[in-house]
Design a protein around this ligand. Sequence first.
Ligand code: PBG
Length: 326
Amino acid sequence: MLERPRRNRKSPVIRKMLEETVLLPSHLIYPLFLVDGKAKASPIKSLPGVYRLNLDDVSKEIEICVKLGVSTFVIFPVIAEEHKNKKATYSYSSKNFYLTAIKLLKKRFPQIVLMSDVAMDPYSSDGHDGLVINGEIVNDETLPILAKMAVAQAKAGIDIVGPSDMMDGRVGYIRKELDKNNFTDVSIMSYTAKYASAFYGPFRDALDSAPKSGDKKTYQMNPSNKIEALREAALDEQEGADILMVKPALCYLDVIHLLKENSTLPIAAYNVSGEYAMIKAACANGWLNYEQVMPETLLSIKRAGADVILTYFAKDFATLFKKINS
Ligand code: PBG
């Protein structure tokens, strides 16, 4: 045999040298769930190891992660029922603790990158990402609300806004409003191909944000569709998105690959709550080895074409990375 591929696998150093895909802690974005007030960390049953944290605990978590090489965070607010209403007005109210927290965190950690969520669901009494009128999730009337939310977050100092709502035209609408308010440097990471997935269950438990009626299928994408992701990507590009996201990640590796091949923008993938829970559960049962399966999973997302990964594994991956490389 002239060709013996095994020669390139014969030692750890050769294998490391010839690695095609490299995943670093700096490629990861760590989602954090923020609560108002001083309540102590409360566990989320379907997301083992993830907690709803008050601002001080979020700060501590950020400090630990930064030391481990993870410096980008996406923050999701847990909103009390009394602050929810049909028009999600608390989302841009000056009294919103989420906005105060962004301001404080950016002051405490000027070097980190903070990303927000732009969608009505945590603030909406209907639990939908858009405004509900007569049982319908209306598109155009939702856009000004999303833009107000984004501008309020920009005023608080957010680095990247993350519209996760899947309304048509929202990236362009938000971009225009941000620019009008002199926030030309605030980036948009668009949830470009966000599927109507059953893997968001644990996240909705964390925020108590499940739709009060119906589902999200008239705005989130049909899991059958791939070509449509190209259409969404083209629109987000035209509308001024800086980074395109595919969500979830694991069942949609083909979509990640497709967008990477067809766009010059960086591609992000959201390794969502249900994907995390699935692996955690199997490992807790002793069926899979966490320290092996977790990095292999993240690597697969990177190899498919994701430049950055939003993942609840970020801290654990970075901890393991440090252990292996020191
Ligand atoms: C809200 C939003 C959701 C997630 C991120 N932003 C839930 C949804 O669309 O219902 C899901 C994240 C996860 O499951 O980890 N628009």
